[in-house]
Design a protein around this ligand. Structure first.
Ligand SMILES: [Zn+2]
Length: 88
């Protein structure tokens, strides 16, 4: 694990949200998937985002466990310093 990952990480994280929306091309998907494969920090972000989406989807039907909600709030707080992508 070296610094050569850094640029990839920024790019991967930026495309992560597009990835989760299923709007990436297959080529970009495999690039991101491969990056997540050997980059733990990005994989954790991906896991969280994927989980968050599931929670949001289920929110109408089920109550969110307070423990999970706290985790989401904490992560959202820590993410708020990152540059946001405006919705297209
Ligand atoms: Zn990464």
């Amino acid at each position: 694990m070296g610094d050569h990952h850094r640029t990839d990480c920024n790019e991967a994280l930026r495309e992560l949200y597009v990835f989760l929306d299923g709007e990436l091309t297959e080529e970009r998907r495999s690039v991101i998937a491969r990056h997540l494969d050997d980059c733990n920090p990005c994989l954790e972000v991906f896991d969280f985002e994927a989980e968050l989406r599931l929670v949001i989807q289920q929110k109408c039907r089920e109550k969110v466990p307070p423990e999970l909600r706290q985790r989401i709030e904490e992560t959202l707080r820590s993410l708020s310093t990152a540059p946001d992508q405006p919705p297209r």
